[in-house]
Design a protein around this ligand. Structure first.
Ligand code: NAP
Length: 455
């Protein structure tokens, strides 16, 4: 389809965009480079004021921006508006904390004075996915701009209006032309941009193949990358957990954003003694949800973002069932209406050789597993190529400590769902990627950590 807005709730193509030509890309890279030379000298106070102005614009027009996202990728409008407000939060966070994060750090050595100075690198390329069209971009842009870097965005091809809106917000906020530019381009145009000397580093959030491809190009150019890739996060429920609370949170943890979140709880690992109760509660709660028009305030689950996402999840479910998995609820594409609708679905008795055991399920499908005890739970949780986040439910401090220590993931949340927070680093291990976003660590990824030593 190329670069276009296609309403996932109706299948209607609303707007098609021409990808930039090589000449147009050159103009943007030249502008980014020229802007960087000036922008890096702009005071932190000024950058901070612009970023706070961006936060004000996001809050002012939250409904308008929310509707763009819902129109382009189908998330329920309530979540879309919440996402816009979270972007304002990350802008304010970095506007308030950057001066502290970037200040010189004195170190005592054999010199008369030595210290660390943090300096920007230049143009940073951000390749972003459609699932959180605003949040993914702002969590990159806010620290990058505060640090004195300039950004270029290659957004997913199905969210061009979101991509353009973000550039417009930052321009209206006062950032100079070239500080943040949206490039409407296809994935095949990324390689040559990554090879351009003016582009110093890149961050990519998306699938493993996309991450591997960008990182391979960057590696040949000796350029740094941060990769935030897929996940198959475990949600572990042990004997002493509050089962009602765990089941209630499980619904949001699995189905937020129509189930299309990298940090969604995807595998529910239940010890036998609580499994029946948890399963019964989860089925009841899934069946009570309202699937429908994502523009309506009372809709819980909208359509999947694209027809290919719908096809993939339905094939994964079918194959898991063919191999012996059992459907507890849902499991069939909703075919009596247009759009990419799939119902909240729960699978259990999942065979080891089926997709349900090993693949990431990027849609509203919960995979239930039963285990004997915490040893088996940890072993199963870690038996995946991914390592993004984990949620563990237990009120036993010794068991909490074991989950914290032994789960292979970039984060562990105890008695709560995995979520991102500007104050906490965010990222994965194993094939979920490397590097961190958010917090001070997120800002440091794209800085030259310059050592200064004076005799
Ligand atoms: P995707 O196909 O990898 O797309 C993500 C971005 O990468 C898009 O802008 C896409 O452009 C671009 N892209 C694709 N192939 C590329 C290539 N070879 N070289 C350069 N750029 C390329 O991912 P998706 O299917 O849309 O998103 C779902 C995946 O993202 C899931 O695995 C999910 O877990 C992961 N994700 C991870 C996080 C995290 O923080 N860890 C957050 C959200 C999503 P086009 O749209 O033009 O193809």
């Amino acid at each position: 389809m190329g670069i276009a807005t296609v309403n996932p709730a109706t299948g209607e193509t609303l707007k098609i965009f021409e990808p930039l030509s090589a000449e147009e890309i050159e103009v943007k890279l030249a502008l980014g480079e020229a802007t960087f030379k000036q922008y890096r000298k702009i005071s932190l106070e000024q950058r901070s004021q612009w970023l706070k102005a961006a936060a004000d614009i996001l809050e002012r027009d939250q409904r308008k921006f929310g509707e763009i996202m819902t129109l382009e990728m189908g998330k329920p409008i309530k979540s879309a508006i919440a996402e816009v407000n979270k972007c304002a939060l990350v802008c304010r966070y970095y506007a308030d904390h950057a001066a502290d994060f970037l200040k010189d750090v004195p170190v005592t050595t054999d010199g008369s004075r030595s210290f660390i100075r943090y300096q920007p690198m230049g143009i940073i390329l951000a390749v972003m996915p459609w699932n959180y069209p605003f949040w993914q971009v702002f969590r990159f842009a806010a620290p990058a701009l505060m640090a004195g870097n300039v950004g270029i965005l290659k957004h997913a091809s199905n969210v061009p209006q979101s991509a353009l809106a973000i550039e417009a917000i930052l321009t209206e906020a006062g950032f100079p032309a070239g500080a943040f530019q949206t490039l409407l381009i296809g994935a095949s145009q990324v390689e040559s941009i990554m090879k351009d000397d003016r582009v110093k580093a890149a961050t990519l959030t998306g699938s493993e193949p996309a991450g591997a491809s960008l990182a391979a190009t960057a590696g040949k150019q000796i350029k740094k990358t941060v990769l935030e890739l897929g996940g198959s996060d475990p949600f572990i429920v042990l004997e002493s957990a509050d089962i009602e609370a765990a089941a209630t949170t499980a619904v949001t943890a699995r189905l937020l954003n129509n189930g299309q979140s990298c940090i969604a709880a995807k595998r529910f690992i239940l010890v036998e003694s609580v499994a029946d109760r948890f399963e019964q509660l989860l089925v009841e709660k899934f069946q009570a949800l309202k699937v429908g028009d994502p523009m309506l305030e009372d809709t819980d689950i909208g359509p999947l973002a694209t027809p290919s996402m719908l096809l993939e999840i339905s094939q994964q479910v079918q194959e898991t069932v063919t191999k012996g998995g059992k459907i507890l609820t849902g499991g069939q594409v909703i075919s009596d209406r247009p759009g990419n609708f799939y119902p909240p679905t729960i699978l259990t008795d999942i065979p080891v050789d089926s997709p349900g055991y090993s693949d990431e399920f990027f849609g509203p499908v919960a995979l239930l597993f039963r285990v004997k005890d915490i040893d088996e739970a940890i072993e199963l949780a870690n038996s995946t190529i991914f390592g993004l986040g984990a949620s563990g439910w237990t009120n036993d401090p010794a068991q909490q400590e074991r989950l914290i220590e032994e789960i292979e993931a970039g984060c562990v949340f105890i008695n709560g769902m995995v979520k991102s927070d500007p104050r906490l680093p965010f990222g994965g291990i194993k094939r979920s990627g490397y590097g961190r976003e958010l917090s001070i660590q997120g800002m440091q990824e794209f800085l030259n950590v310059k050592t200064v030593w004076i005799k």
